[in-house]
Design a protein around this ligand. Structure first.
Ligand code: FEO
Length: 171
């Protein structure tokens, strides 16, 4: 079954949002690595890689459905965050924005009776729930230390351990 062009366009926009997230998290990883926060850097590199995988999943689906690929420009992410907390706040806000865009698409797909696309999108709803929870958790932890260096360095070590743990579980 062919996907209606309106839905194809929305799927392409979602792919673009995932690529933007990949780029944004890469930029945030650089923010931390430039300031010697290696753990937070590793955490955001892992998040960036995952966003690339989310984009690939959409790409493969579009290819599987025989849709010609339509590349879109990727926005330049912000770079000058004022603090580590601001990085996590921006990430959490972006995850919520992405979740909302999936909700809107999911509703449209359901209303149009596009059941195959609906089934495909289920994975993203679960993934967004997990990603929002993860970003909120780290944002709250970072907020607790109120910019205090000892607290930030402790969390940096914890973030490194968390990133390494997830990497080894994926291997
Ligand atoms: Fe794949 Fe975090 O949106």
């Amino acid at each position: 079954m062919k996907i209606p062009s309106e839905i194809v366009q929305s799927l392409n926009e979602q792919l673009n949002r995932e690529l933007f997230a990949q780029y944004m998290y890469l930029t945030i990883a650089a923010y931390f690595l430039e300031r010697d926060f290696e753990g937070f850097g590793a955490f955001f590199l892992k998040q960036s890689r995952e966003e690339g995988e989310h984009a690939m999943r959409l790409f493969k689906y579009l290819m599987e459905k025989g849709v010609p690929f339509q590349p879109l420009p990727i926005e330049i992410p912000p770079k000058n965050y004022e603090s580590p907390l601001a990085c996590f706040q921006a990430s959490y806000e972006y995850e919520q924005k992405v979740t909302l865009s999936y909700y809107n698409l999911f509703k449209k797909v359901r209303d149009m009776g596009e059941y195959d696309v609906e089934e495909f999108l289920q994975w993203y709803l679960r993934e967004q729930r997990e990603e929002e929870a993860l970003m909120r958790l780290w944002m709250e932890k970072v907020a607790m230390v109120k910019g205090e260096p000892t607290g930030l360095l402790f969390l940096d070590r914890e973030a490194r351990k968390a990133a390494e743990k997830e990497e080894s579980e994926e291997d």
